[in-house]
Design a protein around this ligand. Structure first.
Ligand code: 8OZ
Length: 363
């Protein structure tokens, strides 16, 4: 029996934006940028094909060369990157859509071959993550990081601010701060990866400081109604906290104080068990006055239930949006879905990217 999914097709006011439905395309790393880490023309086609989503969130885009951790991810720090992203936002807007850019600094999840001058990746502490990155040769262990010096933090905050300004120039409708999945901000927040003894380590308040300051840097450029943030309380990319409930209660309270438009919550282990960690997501949602975007393994029916019951305002889908450019229409009709092809997730060209058929083509 099909669940009544009407709730998914109601408009929603997300901060300063009006969305026609409750379905969000999650940020998805696809490793298809061209020389100079600029978005390609096929990337404009890819996002425009998915413009019926209530909201598109771009793939993570590094705020600086240092912020890059994987091969061929797009940046948002050079003039060429801004110019190429402009083609993407124009294509999405022409197709009637709305798109935010996800601002990303990978921190320790990187490799010397991707870093400026072949240097060590940076993190809160010199602790290597047991996780892999993706290079020309394929998957590889991440490199040993060095700890950021206190004197380097203002430069990182300036990189967030510059990237936010570039995003505006590139025509985005707003930004999402990537504070999830074991990257720089998450590394600072969680005590497994942050062993600092200065004002950015130790207490929960200190560990959350960089995330809050990054949000403040972005808010110098963007109205708060156009800024959201993504969080993942569970362990991911070898980055884990001993008390995620306490940590994220504090983080969400601070973000609420900044008046951000939304929190985008990866419930449970990213791409894995939704019950991987004992965190009261509903409680976090209630303590935040902005919108709540739920993510991780949702089906159409689960999403309909979450939105109808008020447990989520919006639901983000990753793999389903990769494989179904017209996911909104398919959900509306409760039509069959294309299967995502893992082999073409990371890297390559149009195959597994712009070639998934819409319902009309499949018929
Ligand atoms: C998959 C592969 C590489 C990066 C994330 C940006 O997990 C990513 C990512 C996902 O947030």
């Amino acid at each position: 029996m099909s669940v009544d999914a009407d709730a998914l097709f109601q408009p929603f006011t997300l901060g300063d934006l009006t969305l026609p439905n409750r379905l969000v395309m999650a940020p998805l790393t696809r490793n298809r940028a061209a020389e100079g880490d600029v978005a390609r023309d096929i990337t404009a086609t890819y996002y425009a094909q998915r413009a019926s989503a209530g909201l598109l969130i771009s793939e993570g885009s590094q705020i600086s060369h240092q912020g890059q951790g994987y091969l061929r991810t797009p940046g948002i720090y050079s003039p060429a990157q801004v110019a190429h992203w402009r083609k993407v936002t124009d294509a999405v807007h022409r197709a009637g859509g709305r798109i935010l850019i996800q601002l990303w600094h990978v921190g320790r999840v990187s490799h010397t071959s991707l870093q400026p001058g072949g240097g060590a990746p940076v993190g809160p502490s010199p602790l290597r993550a047991q996780t892999k990155t993706f290079l020309e040769e394929g998957f590889a262990e991440v490199s040993e990081p060095r700890a950021l010096d206190l004197s380097e933090i203002p430069g990182i905050l300036r990189d967030y601010e510059n990237a936010a300004r570039n995003a505006k120039e590139a025509g985005f409708d707003g930004v999402e701060i990537h504070a999830a999945n074991g990257y720089l901000l998450d590394q600072f927040m969680k005590d497994g990866s942050n062993h600092r003894t200065d004002s950015y380590g130790g207490s929960i308040e200190n560990r959350a400081r960089l995330t809050i300051e990054a949000a403040e840097a972005v808010l110098k450029v963007w109205d708060k109604g156009r800024v959201g943030i993504r969080l993942s309380p569970a362990k991911v990319n070898d980055t884990e906290d001993s008390n995620p409930q306490a940590l994220f209660s504090h983080v969400v309270e601070k973000l609420d104080g900044l008046g951000l438009a939304y929190i985008h919550m990866i419930e449970g282990a990213t791409q894995g068990d939704r019950n991987a960690v004992d965190v009261d997501y509903e409680g976090l949602r209630r303590s935040f006055r902005g919108a709540y975007i739920a993510n991780n393994g949702y089906s159409r029916d689960m999403a309909a239930e979450a939105v109808a019951s008020g447990n989520a305002d919006l639901v983000a889908f990753g793999r389903l949006f990769i494989a179904n450019p017209d996911l909104v229409e398919r959900f509306r009709l409760n039509a069959p879905l294309n299967e995502p092809d893992r082999a073409t997730f990371y890297g390559g060209g149009t195959e597994g990217y712009t070639e998934y058929p819409g319902l009309d083509e499949a018929a």
